[in-house]
Design a protein around this ligand. Sequence first.
Ligand code: SF4
Length: 141
Amino acid sequence: MPELRGHHLICLHFFDGEGYSETFTVNLRNILQKTGHSPVEICSGPDEVCAKCPYLKDTTCNYSINAERDIREMDSRALEMLNLSPGERVGWEGIRKSVPHIFSEWYESYCKECEWITACRKNTLFQGLLSDKKSDITEGE
Ligand code: SF4
């Protein structure tokens, strides 16, 4: 059963083949394949994605100077928004259905400043949600 931390429950829907290394992306593809036929177990801290990440040192994320703190905060926020908790087991498709409902807030809080946004912009789900968000703003004017 794939084990994923909070923010990966959202960000992985926008994976389109890019990552830190070949090992990292192959692992991500394998995890996403598993989500097709098995529920996901939610964990806190490093997960199966982190396990093949060059920035994981022991059990700490070293992506940037405050990454460990910032990523844990992002995990908590993701779980709050999805109304989920560590230890729960959930179906991937169910999470995917929740993503459009929380996308606008997630985008404003995290995607806008994320270094990976160029990669996510190539993903069709991300493009569609961003375009819906833009139309909502235009309609509201
Ligand atoms: S950057 Fe940090 S949170 Fe992201 S996969 Fe690597 S270790 Fe995990």
